[in-house]
Write a protein that binds this ligand. Structure first.
Ligand SMILES: O=C(O)CCC(=O)C(=O)O
Ligand SMILES: [Fe+2]
Length: 290
């Protein structure tokens, strides 16, 4: 259960804080708020680029399983394939230097190359209940058993695209839950605190940290986030991006973004390479380098 030294709030740091310091806070608390992770201009452009897709999207889940549908949220819209829909996402957000520095430092030595598991808008509408508390590593069950000492399975940048308030559904977090002895224990709502943020800030957190979307108790406010998450190249991602993104579009992206989307091979530590074609680099087979 929760250790008594559990921090009672999430720390916020400026975007230019050193990688070591950011990762030290995440190792301690489980997550940190990166202030001004995106600029106002990036937020406005992205919101405009996804607007028509968000408008036609119906809230609620299409999943048959009731538990999973509740997890997705009955009054929540989830929009995927942001790479195709948003030039700002594919050229700037997924190629953000801070993202790559933090992922390089976390994954390269421990696990090898990393790729994107999902990037999705999560817009929680008025009246939506709080999401079931969970750890994002539960998608890869053996990591529940590996627990606090296991390698990092997933890092999540949960970016605020509207202001996040306690009332409109700010993500709830249990700081310190990344250190609990039993990862079958997901804690309880009274242990959580809201990640209150301004649009442009990002909650950067470990897959070991208990969290969930908050209840939206407002009459007419929509809380919009993008969950942008990465895992080691030896784990299967949530979304099959190479089948969603057009190859000609992918050819125009930076090499590190191509790798993150599965258009290049993966090189986990100790492996000769995965996600290859005839034991050779996928990017060569696809002609990505001209
Ligand atoms: O929307 C949120 O605040 C959190 C969503 C989340 O944690 C998830 O879907 O895994
Ligand atoms: Fe989550």
């Amino acid at each position: 259960m929760a250790v008594s030294t559990q921090p009672q709030s999430l720390r916020s740091v400026p975007r230019d804080t050193s990688i070591e310091e950011i990762l030290a806070i995440v190792a301690s608390d489980g997550g940190v708020i990166l202030k001004d992770f995106l600029s106002r201009d990036q937020i406005d452009r992205f919101n405009a680029e996804v607007e028509s897709a968000m408008e036609v999207l119906r809230p609620g889940s299409t999943h048959e399983n009731e538990m999973i549908a509740a997890f997705h949220g009955s009054k929540t819209k989830r929009l995927t394939n942001l790479v195709t829909l948003s030039p700002t996402f594919r050229n700037e957000i997924i190629d953000h230097d801070l993202v790559h520095s933090l992922c390089d430092a976390t994954f390269l030595e421990e696990s090898g190359s990393y790729w994107m598991t999902t990037a999705q808008v999560i817009e929680i509408g008025p009246g939506n209940d709080a999401q079931i508390l969970h750890r994002d590593l539960e998608n890869w069950y053996p990591f529940v058993t590996l627990g606090k000492n296991g390698p990092e399975a997933i890092l999540n940048f949960l970016i605020a695209f509207t202001d996040f308030t306690e009332e409109n559904g700010a993500t709830r977090v249990i700081p310190g839950s990344n250190h609990w002895d039993d990862f079958e224990d997901r804690g309880a709502p009274q242990d959580t605190i809201p990640a209150v943020m301004d649009a442009g800030d990002a909650l950067f957190f470990s897959g070991k940290t208990v969290h969930g979307g908050g209840a939206n108790r407002t009459e007419n406010e929509y809380r919009r986030a993008v969950a942008f998450a990465l895992n080691p190249g030896f784990l299967t991602g949530e979304e099959a991006y190479p089948f969603l993104v057009d190859l000609e579009l992918a050819k125009k992206l930076s090499p590190r973004v191509q790798r993150m989307l599965g258009f290049r091979s993966q090189y986990p530590t100790g492996s000769a390479g995965l996600w290859q074609v005839d034991y050779a680099e996928l990017g060569d087979y696809l002609g990505l380098d001209g």
